[in-house]
Design a protein around this ligand. Sequence first.
Ligand SMILES: NC(=O)c1ccc[n+]([C@@H]2O[C@H](COP(=O)([O-])OP(=O)(O)OC[C@H]3O[C@@H](n4cnc5c(N)ncnc54)[C@H](O)[C@@H]3O)[C@@H](O)[C@H]2O)c1
Ligand SMILES: [Zn+2]
Length: 368
Amino acid sequence: MTNFAYPFMSTQKSFKLNKAIHPIFLGKSVFKKLSAFVKKGNYSSLHILVDENSMQHCLPILIANCAELKEANIIEIESGEENKSIEICVELWATLTDEKAERKALLLNLGGGVICDMGGFVASTFKRGIDFVNIPTTLLAQVDASVGCKLAINLEGYKNQIGLFASPKAVFIETTFLQTLSNREYLSGFAEMIKHALVADSNYWNKLKKVDVTQNNFAASFVSRSIEIKSGIVLADPYEKGLRKVLNFGHTIGHALESYFLKHNKNYLLHGEAVAIGIICEAYLSSIKLGFDKKQLKDLCDFITLHYKKYNISSAAYPAIIALMLQDKKNEKKEINFTLLRKTGKAIPNHNFTTAQIKEALDFYNNL
Ligand SMILES: NC(=O)c1ccc[n+]([C@@H]2O[C@H](COP(=O)([O-])OP(=O)(O)OC[C@H]3O[C@@H](n4cnc5c(N)ncnc54)[C@H](O)[C@@H]3O)[C@@H](O)[C@H]2O)c1
Ligand SMILES: [Zn+2]
């Protein structure tokens, strides 16, 4: 039988982020911290939300290392962005009701960004809010989706239209979980790390540029730096009134592409893949508006096109993609809102462009 006990766990040194809106634990003792958290919470019931992949690859490890969870109710949903929907939320609220979850229940979200986003949303609205924690199992969720307090589901093909700001009680990160991720999913998460570096830390960007993506779990040692950046920004501006908008870099075009492909193509783009394209297009817009250095733009494009599959975005799709951007939550006064780079490590929010300029940015990507 597979041994899921402690030797399986990461050897990363323990890390607790104090400068964060909620506690974040990473490294060797993470399951001990989780056990202690569950014990101390004296919850009336425990519910673990998984999809079939986190159920197969991560749940046995979690249960083997956290005795407090042995009796927990397991709630399984089907994986996939298309399931981040109100219909699945209704099923989850009903399941929690069947499982007699009270206000003092705890929901543990074990999975990627879909599980963390939707589980957090369901927990925060069930009986006016029960506690939840995130145990992210994808790179994207570890460095981004599980940290901070934005929770949302999709509506009628629009990304994250329904949601709220609410904070997990804590986040527990075990990078060993990443070993079963596909390369494609791994790179999807890496795109958010590239974004963190570009908007906040040029030294970090220089380090990321040198990673060897053929190495197993190549980004694991950088997870803590990305979390520091993201959670530092969230702590300074939890409700996205100003500074937090820098984290939207790559996401105005990225979200529209993700929604477009989700609607029109079964082989849709993963979130991070869409963000990687968004980063290129928005770096291009940065070069025309803020004089973002052409050499840095080229470096960035070379790096992304080397590691990410190149897609052709048909010009016939541009109007639909721009229409999706007009629905973006970040917009103000019906203008599409962009965060740009002045240079690597320095992002400036709140820029607008004409439709022609946005098309030019998509052309720029297509022509690489
Ligand atoms: N709230 C936020 O601040 C925020 C930030 C970034 C992204 N997001 C959201 O996160 C979502 C994307 O997250 P994601 O990329 O983690 O997607 P995901 O949750 O769909 O996970 C990707 C795939 O990996 C599988 N998986 C999960 N853990 C695994 C493991 N350890 N081994 C093997 N397979 C595993 C999943 O079952 C799924 O098939 C999007 O909905 C996006 O909008 C939210
Ligand atoms: Zn993102």
